[in-house]
Design a protein around this ligand. Structure first.
Ligand code: PLP
Length: 455
């Protein structure tokens, strides 16, 4: 291994890294990025990488978008900060709420601003509780999410997240959060079962959980249209219509977590539209500002808003909000981002390039290390297996996914290894056909090197 640079040594001595093996980081050190342009990143040695995960599933317009930089600079000059507490407001916040209300995937009444996906889903939990208290249903408080769902890392949203490493030794999940089955066809479908049968079994299992807990105790169900960080899992056909029928039967709110799927990723403005979901309320973040500023939002339907008005009458205020709820610079950048999506027809662009992305992805399904290559729109994953026929996974300790990402980095490609040795891909939506080709050429070479390593 080459000696660590001065910057790498300073990093090791000072930075506590999120989602990092803190032990191996002390010897391997960081990749220090210096700048980005389009879909490319450049590290402190000048090495070029294709950003195959759009940062963390978020920089949909890629790097170096001057319009977004200008929108931020202009707002910073005019009004760098103003909050929304106690009825204060500002132009970019109002414009952003109006736009979100116009494009939302369901009937919504009001928009509550946050700074991240975790804050959005934490807010969803609190609003579901608040709503039911306002309606005089103090027992209707449980929230159901799915095993392998990812909804963030704050105390409530990490509890919603259905991944072991977000719970173990953090003393989570908190009470009132339950997990139902993961609708993962590759791992969950039984022999002879059709996708529709599998969807029915998943919906029946949700129904049974609600029955067991008592419908009067269940407030909400939360789902990502396509599960991202849990493994890029695409639920089977008819899943959401069957789930919706169960939720309606028991008057359970349907929370749509669009933090990854929102804003064109699946080939429609929201993932709910591609997947046939009919949610009551929606969380967004990430691509809302193409990640140029930290901002997210919760979209609230009229009946929840009315209940919250009643609470304000009773309590004197709606006691929730962050200093940076609707930060004007973040809001201005988000308004500009949505304007660019519309002007550049980002949804049309995704539909134009995704066939190439998906066919190159699916071709890697033939690779000896790949059990399944799956994807939709501009998101995809390779699930690596030790045995393609039996779908036997690698021993997690072998770190095969991490090996692939390390070889990919050596080839000049950033991808992410998720739990279960799943390699995730989610490039900026502005990627060209040629760049898609280059991305998969690099990934193919990384897989070949990893194969030589494991065999
Ligand atoms: N929801 C989903 C679907 C996500 O993918 C993420 C992050 O990856 C979150 C919520 C949490 O967002 P944040 O990391 O901005 O808190």
């Amino acid at each position: 291994m080459p000696p660590l640079s001065n910057l790498a040594v300073r990093d090791i001595e000072t930075v506590l890294h999120p989602y990092t093996n803190l032990d191996t980081h002390r010897t391997i050190g960081p990749i220090v990025f210096e700048r980005g342009e389009g879909v490319f990143l450049y590290d402190s040695n000048g090495k070029e990488y294709i950003e195959g995960l759009a940062g963390l599933w978020c920089t949909s317009l890629g790097y170096g978008n001057e319009e977004l930089v200008e929108a931020a600079a202009e707002q910073m000059r005019r009004l760098p900060f103003s909050h929304m507490f106690a009825g204060k407001s500002h132009d970019p916040g109002i414009a952003l709420a109006e736009k979100l209300k116009e494009i939302a995937p369901c009937e919504i009444s009001k928009v509550f601003f946050v700074s991240s996906g975790s804050e959005a889903n934490d807010t969803q939990v609190k609003l579901a509780w608040y709503f039911n208290n306002a309606l005089g249903r103090p027992n209707k408080k449980k929230i159901i999410s799915r095993l392998r769902g990812y909804h963030g890392v704050t105390v409530a949203s990490a509890s919603l997240t259905g991944l072991p490493y977000n719970h173990i030794d953090f003393d989570l999940p908190i009470s009132n959060i339950l997990h139902t089955d993961c609708p993962h066809p590759y791992r969950g479908m039984e022999a002879g079962e059709t996708e529709e049968d599998f969807a029915t079994r998943m919906a029946d299992s949700l129904d049974a959980l609600i029955q067991k807990e008592g419908p009067d105790t269940v407030a909400a169900f939360i789902a990502e249209p396509v599960m991202g960080a849990g493994g890029v899992i695409i639920p089977p056909k008819t899943y959401y219509e069957k789930v919706k029928a169960v939720l309606d039967k028991y008057d359970v709110l349907f929370i749509d977590d669009e933090v990854i799927c929102g804003f064109g990723r699946l080939g429609t403005m929201f993932g709910a539209q591609t997947m046939g979901m009919q949610p009551d309320t929606v969380s967004v973040a990430k691509a809302l500002s193409s990640a140029y500023q930290p901002i997210g939002a919760v979209m609230v339907p009229e009946r929840m808003y009315q209940a919250m008005i009643d609470e304000s009458k009773k309590l004197g205020t709606f006691g929730h909000g962050y200093t940076y709820s609707g930060h004007p610079v973040a809001a201005a950048v988000a308004v500009k981002t949505l304007e660019i999506y519309e002007r550049e027809d980002i949804v049309g662009k995704v539909n134009a390039i995704s066939p190439t992305f998906q066919s190159r992805l699916k071709a890697l399904g033939e690779h000896p290390l790949v059990g399944e290559a799956r994807g939709l729109g501009m998101i995809g994953a390779l699930e690596l297996v030790a045995d393609k026929d039996t779908r036997r996974a690698f021993d997690p300790k072998a770190g095969v996914g991490a090996k692939v990402t390390a070889f990919a980095e050596a080839e000049g490609l950033i991808v992410r290894a998720l739990g279960g040795d799943i390699i995730a891909l989610c490039p900026p939506l502005v990627i060209s056909e040629d760049e898609i080709g280059e991305l998969f050429d690099r990934l193919g070479r990384a897989l070949d090197k990893a194969e030589a390593f494991v065999s």
